[in-house]
Design a protein around this ligand. Structure first.
Ligand code: C2E
Ligand code: MG
Ligand code: MG
Length: 353
């Protein structure tokens, strides 16, 4: 056994039946190291991830074996840590693809290869357009249009989400300031951006630069931002609120959906995740959940938005269950800034719902 440096160790196991012996050893290591240890009156929680390469199939030269074990280790970490993974031949290509995506993403920020599209939100009772949600798109020179689900997690992992988020915020505020009327703009915040501590400054500066009234900016956060439940997180939320911007809880109902969050902070809106809306007309259980969330929101003075409404039947249901607003393909897909602007004429606003 050797320490390679930092917190990395290597073990060579020889004269053992493989892969059974490596599996048994890795399982033992992950289990033993992952236990809680009491040291001088403190509880210590550590963990280990293990990558395994077996000679001669995964390489014969020591450096190849180590490199392949390292790729397997990387996979173990990516899959949640505290586990072991064997090297597989495809790992190298996948790692290279990821690296090249990482380089491209850093470049995209500098070259401004991003664009925002805007999806309308309608008030159900009045059928009026009330807000647009800004959604990011990446125009990759070779891959074409990449959706946020495919690059936001990577941007978070490599630490460039604050810079991307700042661009989104500034661009969305500037765009919204050019719209007539009192239409709001909703901007998604990554939990990491939220934790960085700079978010307050960025919001103040974006509002200032665009001259958008704070009341027209809505920030959408997911539970991830509140998971550590620290005073600092609640403090940032309260200060944002103090600026006059509103705060929505996005994707409500997925994750832990801790009701204590709703008690701790007066969210302006709860956005009910589209998984509860899908085929709601044929699912009494989903309907029951929507009804419960609506009555909870009403009692707490919060508005509800049904996300991902695609059919007339779904719209009829969420209307009957008392949702305040709707956002979905049925009432409007995410669209360019130019198309969003066109939607702002009074006639289209009235027709669109
Ligand atoms: P989200 O904030 O919950 O946004 C709603 C997503 O649902 C959008 O996907 C939208 O295109 C999609 N959607 C809306 N209506 C319908 C519908 O009727 N049917 C279906 N099937 N889908 C519908 P999109 O644009 O791919 O964004 C995915 C997620 O990526 C967003 O979920 C948000 O969490 C994140 N995201 C988007 N833009 C940004 C951004 O600027 N910053 C950060 N941090 N995250 C972003
Ligand atoms: Mg959102
Ligand atoms: Mg959502």
């Amino acid at each position: 056994m050797a320490r390679l440096g930092g917190d990395e160790f290597a073990i060579i196991q020889s004269d053992a039946p493989q892969p059974a012996a490596a599996t048994a050893l890795a399982t033992r290591l992950v289990d033993l190291i992952g236990r809680a240890y009491a040291v001088e009156g403190h509880m210590l929680h550590i963990g280990a991830s293990v990558g395994i390469a077996i000679a001669p199939d995964d390489g014969y030269e020591p450096d190849i074996l180590l490199k392949n074990a390292d790729l397997a280790l990387y996979r173990a970490k990516a899959e949640g840590r505290g586990c072991y993974r064997f090297f597989e031949p495809g790992m190298n290509e996948r790692m290279q693809a990821r690296r090249s995506m990482e380089v491209d993403l850093r470049r995209a920020l500098a070259l401004k290869q991003f664009e925002l599209v805007y999806q309308p939100q309608f008030d159900i009772a009045s059928n009026r357009l009330t807000a647009f949600e800004a959604l990011i798109r990446w125009h990759h020179p070779v891959r074409g249009l990449v959706s946020p689900g495919d690059f936001i997690p990577l941007a978070e992992e490599i630490g460039i989400i604050p810079a991307i988020g700042e661009w989104v915020l500034r661009t969305a505020c500037k765009q919204a300031a050019s719209w007539s009327g009192a239409i709001s703009i909703a901007v998604n915040l990554s939990p990491l951006q939220f934790r960085g501590g700079k978010i307050l400054e960025t919001v103040v500066s974006a509002l200032d630069q665009s001259q958008l009234p704070a009341e027209r900016l809505e920030l959408e956060i997911t539970e991830g931002a509140l998971l550590d439940n620290t005073d600092a997180a609640w403090d940032v939320l309260n200060r944002l609120r103090g600026l006059g911007v509103s705060v929505s809880m996005d994707d409500f109902g997925t994750g832990y959906s801790s009701l204590s969050y709703l008690q701790k902070f007066p969210f302006d809106k709860i956005k009910i995740d589209q998984c509860f809306i899908r085929d709601i007309d044929a699912h009494a259980d989903r309907r029951a959940i929507i009804r419960a969330v609506n009555s909870l929101a009403k009692a707490l003075g919060m508005k509800t938005v049904a996300e991902g409404v695609e059919t007339d039947a779904e719209l009829a249901c969420i209307r009957a269950e008392g949702c305040d607003a709707v956002q979905g393909y049925l009432t409007g897909r995410p669209m360019s800034a130019v198309d969003a602007m066109a939607l702002l004429t009074p006639d289209q606003i009235a027709q669109a719902c």
